[in-house]
Write a protein that binds this ligand. Structure first.
Ligand code: GLP
Length: 268
C-alpha cells in the first residue's frame, strides 16, 4: 500500500488529479482499448474533479477514450433528482469534460429488478477487461462505496439497506433531514473493488482519521471494510495531515520516507 500524505485537501486533490492524468496518458487509450475508471460521488473527489476539468479545458487531457463506472446509487432516485449520484456526477464532472455519453455507466437506482441490474453491471465491467483505476472515498466508519461495517469482504454489486450512521452522515446532502435520505442503495461490492487493477482512495479531514488508522494499522476486518486494501497489490491512499491524526508518528514517517525514496525514480 502507498500512503500519500499532503498538508491539506487542495494538495491531496492536486496529487490525485495529476495521478489520474498520468495514468490515462500512460495507457494511451483508444476507442477499442479505452482506459476504464470508477469514480465516487461525495465531497472527497470534488477537488480532483475540478482540477481534471481544468486540465481538459487547457487541452492537456482528454477523456474521449475513457470509460467511467460509478460506485453506488440510492434506490428510487431518478437521474434528474439532484440528490442522486447520477445527477451529482454529471453536474460536477461529466458535463464539463469530453467523455462520450456511451462511455458513462451508472447504476440505475430506479430499477425494479435489482438482481438483473447488479449482475449486468458486473458483466459490463468484465466486458471491458475490468477497471484500470478505481477511485473511492471512505466513510468515517471505514465504508467504501456503500459497503458498510459488516459487509462481506467477498461481496459483489448488490442492493442493500443503509445503516443508521451512514444515513446520519449523508443527511447533510439532504438538507440535514434524516428522513429524506433513501434507506436502500445499490453498490458495487468489496470483491468488485478488489478486482480493479489499481485502487486510489481520497481521505481528507479528521472525520476520516479513525477509519484511516484502522485501514493502515489495524487488521483486515469486515467492521472496517476499507482495511481489505491491505490485500490489494496496487492500493494507494491519498490523504491530508488531518486524516493521519490517529496514526502513530512512526507510521506517518515510514510512509513519508517511502514516498521520498520513490520520488526521484518516478521523475526519470
Ligand atoms: C458515502 C458514499 C461513498 C463516499 C463516502 C464518503 O456514503 N456512498 O461513495 O465515498 O460516503 O463521502 P464524502 O467523500 O462526502 O466524505
Amino acid at each position: 500500500m502507498r500512503l500519500i500524505i499532503s498538508p491539506d485537501y487542495d494538495q491531496c486533490s492536486q496529487w490525485a488529479a495529476d495521478y489520474v492524468a498520468y495514468k490515462i496518458k500512460a495507457a494511451r487509450p483508444t476507442e477499442s482499448k479505452p482506459f476504464v475508471m470508477a469514480v465516487p460521488a461525495g465531497s472527497s473527489p470534488l477537488g480532483m474533479f475540478e482540477r481534471l476539468i481544468n486540465m481538459f479545458r487547457k487541452g492537456k487531457l482528454s477523456f474521449q477514450n475513457v470509460v467511467i463506472f460509478n460506485m453506488d446509487e440510492y434506490v428510487g432516485l431518478s437521474p434528474e433528482d439532484e440528490h442522486s449520484y447520477h445527477y451529482f456526477l454529471w453536474k460536477n464532472f461529466f458535463d464539463h469534460i469530453d467523455i462520450k455519453k456511451k462511455n458513462v455507466h451508472l447504476l440505475n437506482g430506479q430499477t425494479t429488478d435489482f438482481a438483473k441490474e447488479c449482475t449486468a453491471y458486473e458483466k459490463l465491467i468484465r466486458s471491458y477487461g475490468g477497471i484500470d483505476l478505481l477511485i473511492g472515498g471512505i466513510g468515517g466508519d471505514g465504508h467504501i462505496a456503500f459497503n458498510e461495517p459488516g459487509s462481506s469482504l467477498a461481496s459483489r454489486t448488490r442492493v442493500k439497506a443503509l445503516n443508521k450512521n451512514t444515513i446520519k452522515a449523508n443527511a447533510r446532502f439532504f438538507g440535514n433531514d434524516i428522513n429524506a435520505v433513501p434507506k436502500n442503495v445499490l453498490t458495487i461490492g468489496i470483491a468488485t473493488i478488489m478486482d480493479a487493477k489499481e485502487v486510489m482512495i481520497i481521505a481528507s479531514g479528521d472525520r476520516k482519521a479513525n477509519a484511516l488508522q484502522h485501514a493502515v494499522e489495524g487488521g483486515i476486518n469486515h467492521m472496517c471494510p476499507i482495511s481489505i486494501l491491505q490485500m490489494h497489490p496496487h492500493a494507494l491512499i491519498v490523504c491530508d495531515d488531518e486524516a493521519t491524526s490517529e496514526l502513530k508518528a512512526e507510521t506517518v514517517r515510514l510512509f513519508k520516507d517511502n514516498e521520498e525514496v520513490k520520488m526521484p525514480q518516478r521523475k526519470k
